[in-house]
Each structure stands twice: as C-alpha cells, then as structure tokens.
Design a protein around this ligand. Structure first.
Ligand code: HEC
Length: 216
C-alpha cells in the first residue's frame, strides 16, 4: 500500500504538475505556483516513506518481523524510526549549505527505536521454546517422512534454497536447529505453507528436537 501510494504521488501529482508548469512556461503565461507546492508536498511524503517501504519489502525474508505478535506495531515503530533517520538526512543538506550543525539527534532517536525493537523481538533462548521437554519424543523416521513430504521439494540437490538441502538423513541432522527455528518457532517454512504441513507435524519436529535430535 505504501509503495503504491508513493508511485501514485509521482504519476498522479508530481509528473502531471510538471507537465502543466512546462506548458504554462511554453505558452508564456504566468506559472501557477500551486503545482510546485503540491509536488513538493508529495515529494516530502515519499521521502519519509522510502526507508519504511524498503523495510516492509525486505521484511518478507525476516519472519521475526512479519511473524511477530503485534507485527503492525513493529511496522509502525520501523516507520517512525525511518522517518526520524530521514529527518536528519534531509536537515543535513540544509545545515551544510547554511554552515550549521547537522541535527543528528533525530537519527539517534530512530536508531534507539530500532535497537529497542530488536530487544523486544529477541527470540526466546533455546530450550525455552515451549517450556518443559515433551513427554513423548518423536522418532527420526517420523521426522524424515515429514521432511520428505513437506520440505525436500524446495531443499534438494537441484533446488537448495539458501543453500539448505534436506534430502538426506545427514543433511536433516546437520540442519536440525535451523529447521526447528524456521518450521516450528517462526512458522516461516514451508514457504507460504506451500506443502501444507500440519500443526501436528510441526509438533513432531519440535518433540524430536527437544529430545536431543537423535538419528533414531
Ligand atoms: C515452496 C518452497 C519451500 C518449501 C516447501 C520449504 N522451503 Fe525452506 N526455504 C525456501 C526458500 C525460498 C528459502 C529462502 C528464504 C529467504 O530467502 O528468506 C528457504 C529457506 C530455508 C531455511 C534457511 C533459512 C535461513 O534464514 O537460514 C531453512 C532452515 C528452511 N528453509 C527449512 C525448511 C523446512 C524445515 C521446510 C519443511 C518443513 C522447508 N524449508 C520447506 C523454500 C521452501
């Protein structure tokens, strides 16, 4: 939505405004300052949207952002941080021209917000995922069956997304912590749940892992 708003600002206000101004100049009539003012306002909106839009687009790769409880608060805090940091950069240009001090305090406040967000989203320490260890551990055979059905499609010798292969027992064992992180804690995998893993199957992965991720 934010990226669409930015594009709309350019296509429906900034460029048409410029065309009108150029037409007025060509015709030798007085230029209506409203177009310039309007374009400036939209351009200011876009300036402050830039960093939040980038963060929102890339957050796709970071499940701790979009999968967080209260993910909308995460986005709002990132937008505020992005706007604050941008404020310093916008002011920097003017300050340099006028030979004044650059107001870095806005950027500092934005960075503090980002660090605060990081602390808030910090994952639970390993072992504290669910509290007490599961009473019934799952078997490696069960895990292999689930991985074959739900993961190997996108993680094999031909297609190894992010270099992760899960098409052989030793590969599964080697990636056990990342697998649990992605498929149980973040629920980011299977991607878009394309292979329709069930909650019961995620739980099998968790129980196997918590019992020590043994190959038996
Ligand atoms: C539809 C395709 C698809 C399926 C099915 C799938 N993955 Fe992935 N996997 C991906 C893609 C794409 C990435 C790279 C993600 C990125 O760039 O953010 C990835 C990345 C990963 C990573 C590395 C993540 C990191 O940040 O280090 C792990 C671990 C992983 N997948 C585990 C699994 C497990 C476990 C399953 C099954 C429960 C699974 N994947 C099923 C497509 C898939």
């Amino acid at each position: 939505m934010m990226a669409a708003t930015m594009s709309a600002n350019v296509f429906f206000w900034i460029i048409p405004g410029q065309r009108k101004v150029i037409a007025q100049m060509r015709a030798g009539v007085a230029v209506d300052p409203a177009h310039g003012r309007r374009a400036k306002r939209r351009s200011v909106h876009n300036t402050y949207f830039t960093l939040p839009v980038l963060a929102a687009m890339l957050s796709n790769h970071y499940a701790f952002l979009h999968g967080a409880t209260g993910n909308w608060i995460v986005l709002v805090v990132m937008m505020a941080a992005g706007a604050l940091i941008r404020t310093s950069f916008v002011a920097r240009h003017r300050a340099l021209v006028l030979g004044r001090r650059v107001p870095w305090e806005y950027a500092a406040a934005g960075c503090v917000l980002l660090v605060g967000l990081g602390v808030w989203l910090k994952p639970a320490p390993a072992g504290a995922i669910t509290g007490a260890p599961a009473p019934v551990p799952a078997t490696f055979a069960q895990v292999q069956g689930i991985v074959k059905e739900r993961c190997s499609l996108c993680h094999n010798a031909q297609v190894a997304n992010m270099g992760v292969r899960l098409d052989a027992p030793d590969q599964i064992l080697a990636h056990a912590p990342q697998m649990v992180q992605q498929a149980v804690v973040l629920k980011a995998m299977p991607l878009n749940n394309a292979t329709q893993i069930t909650d019961a199957e995620r739980d099998v992965l968790r129980r196997w892992y918590e019992a020590g991720a043994h190959p038996d």
